[in-house]
Design a protein around this ligand. Sequence first.
Ligand code: GAF
Length: 399
Amino acid sequence: PNVSDQTRQDAAEGAREDVREGFKAVYGRTPDGVWAAPGRVNLIGEHTDYNDGFVMPLALPHTVHLAAARRDDGIVRLHSGDVPGAAYQVPLDALTPGRDGGWAAYPSGVAWALREAPLPVGGADIHLASTVPTGAGLSSSAALEVATGAALSELYGLGLSRELLARLCQQAENDFVGMPCGIMDQMASACCTEGHVLHLDTRDLAQRQVPFDLAAEGLRMLVVDTRVKHTLADGAYAGRRRACEAGAAALGVPALRDVSHEELDAALARLDESLDDPEVRGCVRHVVTENRRVEETIALLDAGRTREVGPVLSAGHASLRDDFRVSCRELDLVVDTALSTGALGARMTGGGFGGSALVLVEESDTEKVGAAVTSAFASAGHLAPHLFEAVPSAGVRRL
Ligand code: GAF
């Protein structure tokens, strides 16, 4: 292996040993296995997944590491190295949607969803540690769900496919946690592969792994975590989803994915007659144009014209800001500053209302653009943002 492969392998082994040791300290026994599931950033295709549309996420090196062992008494115990306190404990039979809040709702929701399927899943001791920033729009919840689901699937010999695993994790989040998310984040954590973006049709889960080696082209992708914590469960996300569904119903289509870009003007005219609701209009416009931007991005990547993806990303940001209205001033500041200091493109990523932005930049401009963003945040009196490079990494795996 070359030096960076070796470093990665050492880091993976280190993380596996740490979480194994953590498990032993909490439960006084050895785990049956250790699993890892990543967070993601989405290159393009935002708020399209619950409209049956297209998305293009890549997995991050930031990961949930989870050690687990079977229990034969039907009890699930959950402990996180990132949260002080004793293990949370619940009998599988007592799992009820909405019963508990907090981080434990995600893994216990997965156990609940597997039982509801119904699949023959039993109890488990689980200990985990995560390097995915929470509330940063980088799918810390999906990583936690997918790691839990993969562990339970193997511990109980369920043999879940990656797609079914993602669906059950989405169900845990929708019906147990109460957040009406689409399928993108769980599919990203389950199905992404190193060195690729995942082009996903969220209607039938058709997938294509698209090579994404920015370094080979002298490019970089920066992720800027604004550290403005989003709370997607707070109703704004659900409200956008309802507006999209109202738009589809008014247009007489199963989902907004079924409105083509060519039909957009005619569809908006019909919408104005039947509904006359500016919020719904903006949502329809965003979703239809965003699906088109995914198509444009894939065509540019396939043609090796990666630099030209930049303006498509920036147009996506304008659409999320003005039509879909899920940006915020900190995200806009990242995008405006990056573009005015020479970035090729920039946009918010994830659900919005805070969280992270991504910036596509020439390798030689990376430091200049990063420094400009940091200094713009300082001048505006915002918290210092966290910046890191997005390197397309692997989806869920057993270590
Ligand atoms: C959040 C949701 F969980 C995803 O399903 C997706 O809708 C995204 O926001 C917006 O593209 O991450």
